[in-house]
Every structure is written in structure tokens, then in C-alpha cells.
Design a protein around this ligand. Structure first.
Ligand code: COD
Ligand code: ZN
Length: 383
């Protein structure tokens, strides 16, 4: 039986709620439960807006029940901890991550894959490790007497959130959360796709489809790996300037090409070594498969709507081509995310250049519109 939780020690605060798909997000007062065993309540300081939030509002993720509190790229300060919590304490700076790491299951114990089985077994969903309830299986948020689901175990567009300890990562106390917050999803998702999920060698040719916050972070990773050719591909020709600034050696605007696959194959003298698809579009994924050379690798980063299928000839795989995917750049949150924060603190990641605009929580619908219009790389909601 799901309960709306413990009324003692609840906190009232503002949050962004999705009551119905395809409608404006609603800012309302909610009640946030105190943390139960192995849970943490976090005072959110900053929350980044990601394309996945837009997809969730549109109803593209069939595993996400209504109503829910939006947001999944969050940074804040621990307000209180539940029984059994050992890795964080009140006052710690933390990131709220959409992907947990239980550190006990087979995947958590190996380097191969970062998708934790803890949640996959509990909630049979298309994308594993996506939590829609508290760690104990109960609701943690309530509005007007109605319980609200989490969005991917985070729900960062709320002034307070109660989340699982295993998806809460402690970061350096010096971390400026207002900018570093994009390391809790978008930047790491992109940067890890090119630096951690695959082994790009100096001189290799790489293309990145979709030059949003995630794709541009992937481009930065390609540059750090000394890729020879970095081809940025987008449907928006205005992305060329930022693409080149971040490290693209070439830029292709899809609407301007009769045969993009042929163009890429010619440009790269026989096809790409790596194709990184940072948009949830099946045509882009199919194009990527056709654009790699024998031995080349396609990395799927974007999530296409649940019902979509890819149309790919298996014959292409016979010549050693690989299609793989990764969530959160294949990073293990507890080991790897603090290291990325350290890289940022030592000036090695240009996070600041990625944040185009900040908004208040009340302006969340404006932020979603600006993202859809391609006006921003990344926006951050400051609480
Ligand atoms: N081909 C090429 N470019 C395209 C296409 C297309 N068919 N359609 C849109 N674009 C471009 C847009 O013009 C824009 O420049 C860019 O793609 C998208 O940018 P944003 O800022 O809207 O998107 P991001 O970068 O925030 O998110 C991209 C994701 C792929 C991460 C997102 O779509 C997604 O699928 N997320 C789920 C996967 C995941 O790992 N989730 C957790 C992290 S979000
Ligand atoms: Zn995201």
C-alpha cells in the first residue's frame, strides 16, 4: 500500500508539478516528507534544465506516472538524513543524481556498466534505474492532499527533495553549486559519452548529433581526447558558432544537405570512427549507423520515445561495427562525479561557458520555451 508519508517533520515549499502531459508546468506549494531509512532531505540550491525534462512534460516517457515533481539535475545542501545514512550528513554539499549506485549489485561492482540493478528489479521500466517513489517505496511529496511521484529519483525543481542516499553524491565543500550543478546530469552525460564510454584515440574522426548542452559537452570530451576531426551535426544552423568554439572542426546543418551520410563518409575519408548521438531521434541514430566505417562505434546518448524502433541492417554489423549506448556517460556516480567536480574546480572543464541563462523557479515554463527554441545551451534555475 503506497502512503503519502509521515506528516511529522514535513516541510512546505514551492515545487514545479506536472499534473497533465503537454500542459504548462505548475508552481505550487507542496509538502515534503522527512527522510526515511537510507534517505536524505536536501535543500536544493540550483537545478539545471535538461531536454529530458521537456520530454517528460510532453509525456514521451511511458514509465513516468502523473502527477510528478519535475527536474533531475540538482545541487543543494543536506537538510537532514534518515536512519542508516552514513555517506552524507546535514550541511554537506551534494548533487541529486537521476542514476543511483547501490554499490552492491553486479553492475555497481564492475567498471563495465553503471546501470544499478537495485532499482531495475524493483520497478520494471523501459529504462532501468529510474525511481518514481522514495527509497522505501512510498511517496515523499504531496500537494492539495494528492501524492506526487518523483521524476527519475530526483525531482530537483523543488526547494526541498527527499531522495535515496544511494543517488546523493557528496561534493567538495568549495563547489559553486550554481554552476557545477550541470555536472549532475547534462555535462557528465555528454562528456562521459566521449571520454568514458568509448576509447577515442588521437586523430580519430568523430561526429556528434545534437549540439545542446549534452552534445556540446560530448564535443569538449572529443577535443580532450585529441580527436582529429570533430563534426558537429544539428538541424539548427545557428549552432555552428558555439560548435566551433567548443572544438568542432566541421559543422553540418542537416536541412542544408541532400545526402548527409554521403557527405560524412566523404568528409571523413571512408566513415567515422565514432558517432555520438546526443538527441533522442531515431533518424539521427540510423544516420549515425550508416556513417561509421567498418570497426566504427555508434554511441546512443539520447532517449527516443519508448515506442520507437531503429531500422538497421544487421549486415553492417558483420564488418565489426558496434552500436552501444550509455546513461550518464557511463559514470559511476559515487566514484566518478566527485572527480569531475575536482576537474572543474581546477579549471579543466569550461562549465561556465555552457550556462546561458538563469531563471527563478516561477519562470520554469519560460525556461522550457527558450530551450525548445534553441536559445540556450543550458539554463539553471536558482532557488
Ligand atoms: N538531428 C540533429 N540535431 C537535432 C535533431 C536532429 N534530428 N533534433 C534536434 N536537434 C538539436 C537541436 O537543435 C539542439 O541543438 C539539440 O539537438 C538538443 O539540445 P537540447 O539542449 O534541447 O538537449 P540536451 O542537450 O539537453 O539533451 C539531449 C539528450 C539527448 C540528453 C536528451 O534529448 C535525452 O534524450 N535525454 C535522455 C537520455 C539521458 O541520458 N537522460 C539523462 C540525462 S538527460
Ligand atoms: Zn538530464
Amino acid at each position: 500500500m503506497l502512503s503519502a508519508g509521515n506528516s511529522k517533520n514535513r516541510l512546505s515549499c514551492k515545487a514545479a508539478i506536472v499534473w497533465e502531459y503537454n500542459k504548462p508546468v505548475s508552481i505550487e506549494t507542496i509538502e515534503v516528507d522527512p527522510p526515511g531509512p537510507f534517505e536524505v532531505r536536501v535543500k536544493v540550491v540550483a537545478a539545471g534544465l535538461c531536454h529530458s525534462d521537456y520530454s517528460a512534460v510532453k509525456g514521451y516517457y511511458s514509465y513516468q506516472p502523473l502527477p510528478f515533481v519535475l527536474g533531475h539535475e540538482g545541487a543543494g545542501i543536506v537538510e537532514s538524513v534518515g536512519e542508516g545514512v552514513t555517506t552524507v550528513k546535514t550541511g554537506d554539499k551534494v548533487f541529486a543524481m537521476f542514476l543511483p549506485q547501490c554499490q552492491k549489485c553486479e553492475n555497481c561492482m564492475t567498471r563495465n556498466c553503471n546501470v544499478c540493478f537495485d532499482i531495475e528489479r524493483k520497478e520494471k521500466q523501459v529504462i532501468p534505474s529510474i525511481r518514481t517513489l522514495g527509497y522505501d517505496g512510498n511517496f515523499k511529496f504531496e500537494c492539495q492532499g494528492k501524492p506526487l511521484y518523483h521524476f527519475v529519483g530526483s525531482s530537483a525543481f523543488s526547494e526541498y527533495i527527499t531522495i535515496a542516499e544511494n543517488s546523493c553524491v557528496k561534493v567538495d565543500p568549495q563547489t559553486p553549486l550554481e554552476s557545477a550543478v550541470i555536472l549532475s546530469c547534462g555535462f557528465s552525460t555528454g562528456y562521459g559519452s566521449s571520454t568514458n564510454a568509448v576509447d577515442i584515440q588521437p586523430g580519430n574522426s568523430v561526429a556528434v548529433w545534437g549540439l545542446g548542452g549534452v552534445g556540446l559537452a560530448s564535443v569538449i570530451g572529443c577535443k580532450h581526447k585529441l580527436a582529429g576531426q570533430i563534426v558537429g551535426i544539428d538541424i539548427n544552423k545557428d549552432k555552428e558558432e558555439i560548435a566551433r568554439k567548443m572544438g568542432c572542426t566541421d559543422f553540418l546543418c542537416l536541412g542544408e544537405l541532400d545526402n548527409p551520410v554521403e557527405t560524412i563518409i566523404k568528409l571523413t575519408n571512408g566513415g567515422l570512427h565514432f558517432a555520438l548521438v546526443c538527441i533522442g531521434n531515431v533518424q539521427a541514430m540510423e544516420m549515425a549507423v550508416l556513417s561509421i566505417r567498418p570497426g566504427g562505434i555508434v554511441v546512443i546518448v539520447g532517449v527516443a520515445p519508448d515506442t520507437s524502433l531503429m531500422n538497421v541492417s544487421p549486415a553492417l554489423m558483420l564488418a565489426g561495427r558496434t552500436i552501444k549506448g550509455c546513461l550518464l556517460g557511463n559514470y559511476k556516480i559515487h566514484e566518478d562525479i566527485p572527480k569531475l567536480v575536482d576537474m572543474y574546480l581546477s579549471g579543466r572543464l569550461p562549465i561556465q561557458d555552457m550556462i546561458t541563462k538563469t531563471y527563478k523557479l516561477e519562470e520554469i515554463n519560460d525556461a522550457l520555451d527558450a530551450m525548445k527554441a534553441g536559445e540556450i545551451i543550458r539554463s539553471v534555475i536558482l532557488m
